[in-house]
Design a binder for this molecule. Sequence first.
Ligand code: INI
Length: 156
Amino acid sequence: MNDITTIAGRLDATGLKIAIVAGRFNDFIVNRLVDGAVDYLERHGLDRAGITLVRAPGAFELPLVCQKLAAGGAYDGIVALGAVIRGGTPHFDYVCAEAVKGLAQVMLAHNVALGFGLLTCDTIEQAIERAGSKAGNKGAEAAAAMLETLRVLEQL
Ligand code: INI
């Protein structure tokens, strides 16, 4: 690939201001996602003072909180974290659909790098697997995606 111009994001978080928006619902899972995101950002050079944690009630409220943060322009990037776990009614489908759609709208409307760390699981076991056990930590993955996107956007 020596002959083509390649633009790629450096995974360096030094000096950034990052907002992590986390739902309180299923907080025993979401708190592990927050830990994963903070750990990732610190390991990539970000001082803890550069991280602001904002709590939202649940996944449904994540887009509005992220929108307000994005509109304010005080943060270089946002990581949205939550966990929706299927119950016995269609509630799960409505909450997931609105949260996903709303977060995508925020990202596109404000040109902000937004890491998507919302677990949408059929069972609690699936959520545990994705919150720092055998399927990794989706909070860390969302932080990584946010950082790479942010660094790419800076060059475009
Ligand atoms: N919110 C979640 O973040 N996860 C869930 O699993 C969940 N379930 O299952 O109901 C959930 N519901 C709350 C929702 O996000 C809103 O906070 C609530 O409806 C008030 O607006």
